[in-house]
Design a binder for this molecule. Structure first.
Ligand code: HEM
Length: 326
């Protein structure tokens, strides 16, 4: 929500902890832990004949990862699940009736999560651990350090971003694979395919459909239209991802599409800095599901969707299976 230079200062301070150039190995070093979490979640489906890709897998996986990364106790997850639900529902500029309404209103959720994070930050200040929150607290750079309020808002942003986006990419991904069984079969036999496939998912079924309420800082000419300075603009990322002037056969899911410059993670100065982590999570997840679920069959197509115009993804994705491959 910030503009430069304030945005850039904060972004530099946080991205220092998140990858190159300061911590270049960080995401790569997480590979084996991510694979372990994924296989553990799949092992737990051992005796089941029906699973929910959302509740049993796509939600708990990134949540576990972001909690461990930040140093948020995993046992508190049921509490911030409620907060994250309420906050994300409030981001929708076009709210609709939903069978599964958040159980808390946004103001209360924001108050409670701020208090929770504030207390957690204080306890890490007193007793630092080997986690990102502790590093954000103690780190000093040319940009100074984050103030207590900035620390709280940034860690809430990371926690919610880690909660509510990757789950949709995984669920949209499994749905798309189920609708394209030939691609699912290719994925089982060509492990390298998962890399371009995840990019194509970010183009074809992006979890973040649009970015609302941007302001044009200058007159902008696009073809024969001028967007006057000061206008409020909504950026329809998902529509841009299907631009026929940019993408051949834009409505086709082509898992090994090349030159795939999609808007799945936005663009420009606010480009998602969780992108390397999200990519790796979804690559590992889809690869493992494809190899380990025996004869997976979608129960309902289309599945029930969450009623949120901003974030697109199934609420549940039930799949019948004949077992789990070791
Ligand atoms: C598939 C998963 C994800 C998707 C589709 C996604 C999508 C996006 C998009 C579209 C933006 C641009 C927002 C804008 O321009 O205002 C964004 C920004 C951001 N994302 Fe993600 N994201 C994902 C995962 C993550 C994860 C895992 C994290 C953190 C752990 C994260 C942290 C952030 C942050 C902090 C920003 C704001 C950056 C800034 O304003 O400079 N995201 N994300």
């Amino acid at each position: 929500m910030l503009d430069p230079p304030e945005h850039d200062r904060k972004r530099r301070l946080v991205t220092r902890q998140f990858g190159p150039p300061h911590t270049p190995q960080m995401i790569d070093d997480m590979k084996s832990e991510l694979t372990h979490i994924v296989n553990d979640l799949i092992d737990r489906m051992q005796d089941r004949s029906r699973i929910d890709i959302v509740d049993d897998f796509a939600y708990p996986f990134p949540v576990t990862v972001i909690c461990r990364l930040l140093g948020v106790p995993e046992e508190d997850e049921p509490r911030f699940h409620v907060w994250a639900d309420a906050i994300v529902a409030s981001l929708d500029p076009l709210p609709q009736d939903d069978d599964e309404q958040p159980t808390m209103d946004e103001t209360q959720a924001r108050r409670e999560i701020e208090q929770y994070m504030g207390e957690l930050i204080q306890s890490r200040r007193d007793q630092p651990g080997d986690d990102m929150l502790s590093r954000l607290i103690s780190d000093e750079s040319g940009d100074g350090h984050l103030s207590p309020t900035e620390l709280t808002s940034t860690s809430i942003l990371l926690l919610i971003a880690g909660h509510e986006t990757t789950v949709n990419l995984m669920a949209n991904g499994w749905l798309t694979l189920s609708r394209n069984p030939g691609v699912l079969e290719r994925l089982r036999n060509e492990p390298g395919l998962v890399v371009p496939l995840v990019e194509e998912l970010l183009r074809f079924e992006p979890p973040v459909q649009f970015l609302a309420n941007r302001t044009a800082l200058a007159d902008i000419s696009l073809d024969d239209v001028t967007i006057p300075k000061g206008s409020i603009v909504n950026l329809l990322l998902a529509a841009g991802n299907r631009d026929p002037e940019q993408f051949a056969d834009p409505d086709q899911f082509i898992p090994d599409r090349t030159d795939n410059r999609h808007f799945g993670f936005g663009n420009g100065i606010h480009y998602c800095f969780g992108a390397p982590l999200a990519r790796l999570e979804v690559q590992i997840a889809l690869d493992a599901l494809a190899r380990r679920l025996v004869n997976p069959q979608l129960v309902l197509d289309p599945p029930p969707y969450r009623q949120n115009a901003l974030l697109r993804g199934p609420r549940h994705l039930h799949v019948d299976i004949d077992g789990i491959q070791a």
